[in-house]
Design a binder for this molecule. Structure first.
Ligand code: GLU
Length: 319
């Protein structure tokens, strides 16, 4: 691997789970003597917290991570803020449309929910029933002045890859996800399109991210194929759970790095704790990120979620 990356979404302060994934991404790149790219995924304007765009960078630097390319240091493949890269997404969407791989989707979220057999459950895959309903809705929606979303038509078959951390993966995209949104009705490009275009343009060879995105990765591989782009290697890190067994949440402001910093916690404590939850250290001990570079091997990273304990929290705060 010659180029790795971490790509935070600045929808709030980074929490210990985000920091753990970032640490793995950085550590794997640095251990391989690869370049490390920091890209900020601030595409979803309504969800972006402006202060978090540079705030996230400061939080990662506080942790002891560094990068060769990023919004604050620039580089040959910039800009490194997705909000400034929309021309590339527009061009990719144009290519897919010219190939006949996309279609206009006039259905609102409410329409899709009405089609679902369990209207309060997860939205079912977008398939034959939704396409038929879309065809019937078009004239009226057009007359009402609505703007359609643009979707990628997903074909049958399995998307499979061998994940560098999570092992062999296989998804039947048509059955599990259905036709993918590429541009929303409000004009915003979907994250899947942006991430696929950016990782290819930036020459990223390994994508490290949380394993809550495994299914999203399958969809992105289908999109890479439709665009004729290479598929990078993937390494999905198991999530870090709170002492209550729940996923940490940015929205709730769970265990953020800036709160820890403000409470006087040393970054070496955070890194040491995260390294222990990753099996890189036998137990938490104050460690700089740089000291981890020559520790352990990727094969030793755990496959099960990490869990914070009360003892961890006590240790973080100097206990
Ligand atoms: N921006 C995504 C997030 O913060 C990460 C996606 C990725 O690594 O590709 O959840």
């Amino acid at each position: 691997m010659r180029r790795g990356r971490y790509a935070p979404s600045p929808t709030g302060g980074l929490h210990l789970g985000n920091a753990r994934t970032a640490l793995v991404a950085w550590w794997r790149a640095r251990a391989a003597r690869a370049s490390f790219v920091l890209r900020v995924e601030d595409l979803d304007r309504p969800r972006t917290v402006p202060a978090a765009v540079h705030g996230n960078l400061a939080e990662l630097r506080w942790l002891g991570l560094d990068w060769d390319e990023g919004p604050d240091v620039s580089g040959p493949y910039g800009p490194y803020l997705q909000s400034e890269r929309t021309a590339a997404y527009e061009a990719a969407l144009g290519r897919l449309t010219a190939d006949g791989a996309t279609f206009a989707c006039w259905l609102s979220r409410k329409d899709l929910r009405e089609l679902a057999s369990a209207p309060h459950g997860p939205t079912p895959p977008y398939g034959r029933r939704e396409r038929a309903r879309n065809a019937r809705a078009e004239t009226a929606k057009r007359a009402a002045g609505r703007t359609p979303a643009v979707r990628l038509r997903v074909g049958p078959g399995t998307v499979a890859w061998t994940d560098r951390l999570a092992g062999p993966q296989a998804f039947d995209l048509e059955a599990e996800v259905g036709d993918l949104v590429l541009r929303r009705a409000d004009g915003l490009f979907a994250y899947a399109l942006a991430v696929v275009v950016d990782d290819a343009v930036m020459g990223i060879e390994e994508v490290v991210r949380g394993d809550d995105l495994l299914q999203a990765t399958a969809a992105q591989i289908a999109l890479q194929r439709a665009l004729g782009l290479p598929t990078p290697a993937y390494a999905h890190v198991p999530l870090l759970l709170g002492p209550d067994g729940m996923r940490l949440s940015k929205r709730r402001g769970d265990r953020t790095l800036h709160a820890l910093r403000d409470a006087g916690v040393r970054p070496e404590r955070v890194v040491g704790l995260l390294a222990a939850t990753l099996g890189l250290l036998p137990e938490p001990s104050e460690t700089s990120a740089a000291e981890l570079i020559d520790v352990g091997g990727a094969a030793d990273l755990p496959r099960a979620p990490g869990r914070l304990t009360e003892a961890h929290e006590t240790w973080l705060h100097g206990g």
